[in-house]
Every structure is written in structure tokens, then in C-alpha cells.
Design a protein around this ligand. Structure first.
Ligand SMILES: Cc1cc2nc3c(=O)[nH]c(=O)nc-3n(C[C@H](O)[C@H](O)[C@H](O)COP(=O)(O)O)c2cc1C
Length: 240
């Protein structure tokens, strides 16, 4: 985490020193059936984010809700005694703590963010996500690209502590933009789409490096403590 190396960046003649960050790309789709077609459209979007961040020199891990066995009864990671959480939760908690930033890829279901993504994220406390950036990426099979879901995601991710960068990515008709492997289709303007993704991911990269440098440098104020008992800990003091 936070290693620094020189890589070639944009213009072939320019070398720029960048911080290598660790990113998690959360895939919001847990759907594997049709209709509507195609299923798991989000995998294409997540793969494109993953390959762009990797090409920028970063380490990227895809978090797929279908690959994570959650307990049937909702019990967040922070509700277990130390070292007593199920292995899948403990492993993901470790990855979240270790990451420098997050890409949250969500379909729009009924004008809202993916319930599977919200459910997965609800398993982890804000102390694991806080003081790191996130990027909001939404998509749909129809024409709005998940923009309505994205609005709610800003509030959700802000509350979780991983503040969303200002640029967002919305993909209308994602099946007409990306192949099943997550590459841009030949008949579209791939450079324009690449640049559109790149703007948000460059903001994420910048904030991830800045937050990492701040977290690890001397003289940084101590982070506000996470609330550990119940939500009333963040209330204003009672009036006399
Ligand atoms: C339960 C459900 C609700 C949906 N609601 C919306 C919606 O509000 N807006 C929209 O543009 N598309 C909506 N769609 C269509 C999705 O954009 C489309 O099915 C997409 O492929 C979903 O992503 P996924 O395949 O990764 O699950 C909905 C699909 C489902 C299954």
C-alpha cells in the first residue's frame, strides 16, 4: 500500500511519479438470471474499471457479492466478538481496511442503488472505510444510466466515511457500450468513453494518494474516533 514508483503517464515523453494505491471494485449485481437481458451487466462495467485502474499502475481487487457467503440472518462484521466473525466477513473486512479507495459499481433497481451492494456494505463499519475516497459508477440497460440511483449513493457512501469524488460515471445502455469481457465495443467511440471513465478514476487516484499520504505522515491530527456503542454517540449534547 502506498508504494511510490515512476511510471509513464499519458504523453510518452513524460514520466510521472505516482503512488501505487490499492483499490477495491465492488460489483453491485447479484443477479444471474433473465429477464431482463443481459444478466450481470455490471460485471462488464466493473471489469472496465478494473482494467483502467490496473493500466494506471494500481493494484485492484474485484469484490463480487456472488462470491461472498453472507450469513442468512443479518449480523454485521462489527457485531461479532474479536476473531469470531465468519471467514468470508473477516477476509473482506481485512481487504476494506487495507484498501486506499473504492469503486462502487451499481445497477439502478427501481430508481435506487443495488440492494445487494447496500446489504454487503452494511456488514462493515465506517471505521474500515473512513478517510478514504470512493467513486460512484452506475449503469442501466435503459437510457438513464442509473443516475437516479447515484444520487442516493452519495449520501450512503458519505455516511460510510468513504467520501465520493465529484465526477461520477453513468452508463446508459451499458450492453451497447461494453462487451461481456468489459472492453469497449468496436462501433463506439472508445477513446471518448475511456476519457469519461478516466476523469472519475483520476480523481479517485488523486484523493487516494492524498489520503494515504495524510494518514501515514507525522503531524496528522488524530482521526475522530468511530462510534462503537450505538448511533446516539454522534448526537448533539442534551439541552438542560
Ligand atoms: C429489479 C429490477 C429493477 C430495475 N429497475 C430499473 C430502474 O429503475 N432503472 C433502470 O434504468 N433500469 C432498471 N432495471 C433494468 C436494469 O438496468 C438492467 O436489468 C440491468 O441489466 C441490471 O444490471 P445487472 O444485470 O448487473 O443486474 C431494473 C432491473 C431489475 C432486475
Amino acid at each position: 500500500m502506498g508504494a511510490v514508483r515512476a511510471i509513464r503517464h499519458k504523453a510518452p515523453s513524460r514520466w510521472k511519479v505516482i503512488t501505487i494505491s490499492k483499490f477495491l471494485v465492488f460489483l453491485g449485481s447479484a443477479r444471474d438470471s433473465t429477464p431482463p437481458r443481459p444478466a450481470r451487466l455490471g460485471l462488464r462495467v466493473a471489469r472496465q474499471c478494473q482494467s483502467q485502474l490496473a493500466a494506471m499502475g494500481h493494484s485492484v481487487d474485484l469484490i463480487d457479492p456472488l462470491a461472498i457467503e453472507l450469513p442468512a440472518v443479518f449480523k454485521p462484521h462489527f457485531a461479532y466478538a474479536a476473531n469470531a466473525a465468519p471467514a468470508a466477513l473477516a477476509e473482506l473486512a481485512g481487504k476494506i481496511a487495507d484498501a486506499d479507495g473504492y469503486v462502487m459499481v451499481s445497477p439502478e433497481y427501481n430508481h435506487s442503488m443495488s440492494p445487494a451492494l447496500a446489504h454487503l456494505l452494511n456488514h462493515f463499519g465506517s471505521s474500515l472505510f473512513s478517510y478514504k475516497p470512493s467513486a460512484i459508477v452506475t449503469y442501466s440497460a435503459g437510457q438513464w444510466g442509473g443516475a437516479r440511483a447515484a444520487i442516493g449513493m452519495r449520501a450512503f457512501l458519505s455516511e460510510l466515511g468513504c467520501l465520493p469524488v465529484s465526477a461520477m460515471i453513468h452508463l446508459p445502455k451499458a450492453q451497447e457500450v461494453l462487451t461481456a469481457d468489459g472492453d469497449f465495443l468496436e462501433q463506439i467511440d472508445a477513446d471518448a468513453w475511456h476519457g469519461y471513465f478516466g476523469r472519475a478514476l483520476a480523481q479517485l487516484e488523486w484523493w487516494a494518494a492524498a489520503a494515504h499520504a495524510h494518514r501515514t505522515s507525522e503531524g496528522t491530527p488524530i482521526a475522530a474516533p468511530a462510534f462503537s456503542r450505538d448511533p446516539s454517540q454522534r448526537n448533539a449534547p442534551e439541552l438542560p
